[in-house]
Design a protein around this ligand. Structure first.
Ligand code: ADP
Ligand code: MG
Ligand code: ZN
Length: 474
């Protein structure tokens, strides 16, 4: 029997507001424990929450970008449970009337566009953090995170493979970053994901029983955890067992998912409308105002890069994954760079150098205009394509202009035939065996001779002239 996977993803995205969702405390990450708290977010009795307008605007912004319907009427609900990081004993969330519903995100997998439905996007407050450090006799509670605004973005079970799940996560992250509503930092927990997965025989319409996998904090782990979980479920079924609805934890060290709690132990949250907050009425005027401020989104940008600059889909897709990268690219074009050439340098050398230092485009010293200037030096024949790599690396490391580096290091390309001829003669004289083999028909050896001449001239000889002279002399 062949099985297919059915996957739906719940994402918690921390919104980039300066202050918390129901009070004025700062949301800054990494401060001393409990220094960003007040009676509202530590749950003192008798205090009243007030909704952060920016959080509402960010949720609407995200809803509009994902094609959701924005609810004109929505409200908050209390989700009740007991845990030390939740001083009120309930989390203020949204339940039956979320702010956004029925949207969709497009992903590209193996060159094919797939649509993943968005069931809902709702606002809620984050809980605090329990810290288990020290000699093990006690734990700490840090409430700096309590009340930080989150969006929960729930997808339809439209995803069919771990790869698609990872692509969905990447796309969502890219969009949230374009919109400026979340920094997408999975390591710091500003973007967290729970993956629901079930299997069914290919051809069957009904969904199978799902397991919810928690504790996934990277794209790589989304894929790994789901691959493991799908194999596990298939094995259970093939051995005659039954899948049970449960919550499982991904253990990245061991590469396995483990049962955490079953349906019987599932929480009954006793949701009820939050009496301390008035129902929200969102007027069309506000929605229109927010819509007018939406940036060009990655899908539109990708299509434009393909049509305006003649880039392959593959290049365009990589370049629009980060807004700063896309902007860098367009700046280089404005400074006179040829689109495909700029793209090649960005996806090749620049990415390599950034990865070496674990840096992103934000920390890049090199300016787009500097790359464009260097490309002009190649076009003019001042430097060879090979030397350009050295120049590029130096530009990247020092932020200096190509011109200055070429002068400083004496990297100007040698196109003087006399000088190159000398080097060619020397190489031919030094390698009589290779010359014989070449003359006997082993033409692949031309590359060897070119290499030797380049070595002798420290990479500065004009390769075109080297080739011509070698062919003539050999
Ligand atoms: P819960 O709060 O119990 O996790 P939600 O409705 O918030 O329920 O989220 C359910 C998630 O599980 C959604 O992303 C949905 O697409 C997904 N899902 C629902 N049924 C299945 C199924 N049979 N197999 C896989 N995923 C599913
Ligand atoms: Mg849920
Ligand atoms: Zn507070």
């Amino acid at each position: 029997m062949k099985y297919e996977a059915v996957i739906g993803i719940e994402v918690h995205a921390q919104m980039l507001t300066d202050t918390k969702i129901f009070c004025g405390c700062s949301t800054k990450f990494g401060s001393e424990p409990n220094t960003q708290t007040c009676p509202v977010c530590i749950g003192m009795p008798g205090v009243l929450p007030v909704l952060n307008r920016k959080a509402l605007e960010f949720a609407i912004r995200t809803g509009l970008a994902t094609g959701c319907k924005i609810s004109s009427h929505s409200r908050f609900a209390r989700k009740n449970y007991f845990y030390p990081d939740l001083p009120k004993g309930y989390q203020i969330s949204q339940y039956e009337l979320p702010i956004c519903e029925h949207g969709c995100i497009e992903i590209v997998v193996d060159g094919e566009i797939r649509k993943v439905g968005i069931t809902r996007i709702h606002m809620e407050e984050d809980a605090g953090k329990n810290i288990h450090e020290g000699d093990g006799n006690y734990s700490f509670v840090d409430l700096n995170r309590a009340g930080v605004p989150l969006m929960e973005i729930v997808s339809e079970p439209d995803i069919r493979s771990p790869r698609e799940a990872a692509e969905y996560m990447k796309k969502l992250r890219t969009m949230l970053r374009y919109l400026g509503v979340c920094d997408g930092n999975m390591e710091q927990g500003s973007l967290r994901c729970d993956a629901n997965v079930s299997i069914r025989p290919v051809g069957q319409k009904e969904y199978g029983i799902r397991a919810e996998v928690k504790n996934i904090n990277s794209f790589k782990f989304v894929e790994k955890a789901l691959e493991y979980e799908i194999k596990r479920q298939i094995k259970v079924v093939e051995e005659g067992g039954k899948i049970i609805q449960e919550t499982r934890l991904w253990d990245s060290n061991r590469g396995v998912t483990e049962a955490m709690r079953g349906k019987e132990e599932a929480h009954d949250y006793r949701y009820f409308p939050e009496p301390d907050l008035v129902p929200m009425v969102v007027e069309q005027k506000l929605i229109d105002e927010i819509r007018a401020t939406l940036p060009e989104l990655p899908d539109a940008k990708r299509e434009r890069f393909v049509s305006d600059y003649g880039l392959p889909e593959y290049d365009a897709d990589l370049l629009v994954a980060e807004k700063t990268t896309a902007e860098w690219f367009e700046e280089a074009i404005k400074s006179g760079g040829q689109p495909k050439t700029v793209s090649n340098w960005m996806m090749g050398e620049l990415t390599r150098l950034l990865n070496e230092e674990n840096k992103t485009m934000e920390g890049c010293l090199l300016k787009p205009a500097q790359l464009a200037e260097m490309l002009k030096l190649i076009d003019k024949g001042t430097i060879s394509g090979k030397i350009a790599k050295t120049v590029f690396e130096e530009m990247y490391k020092t932020g200096k202009d190509a011109d200055a580096i070429v002068k400083e290091k004496g990297l100007v390309q040698v196109s003087d035939e006399g000088t190159i001829e000398k080097a060619v003669d020397e190489v031919i004289a030094k390698n009589p065996k290779e010359v014989e083999r070449f003359k006997a028909g082993d033409e692949k050896l031309l590359g060897f001779f070119v290499g030797q001449v380049m070595k002798l001239t420290k990479g500065k000889a004009n390769p075109q002239i080297v080739n011509e002279l070698l062919k003539k002399k050999l």
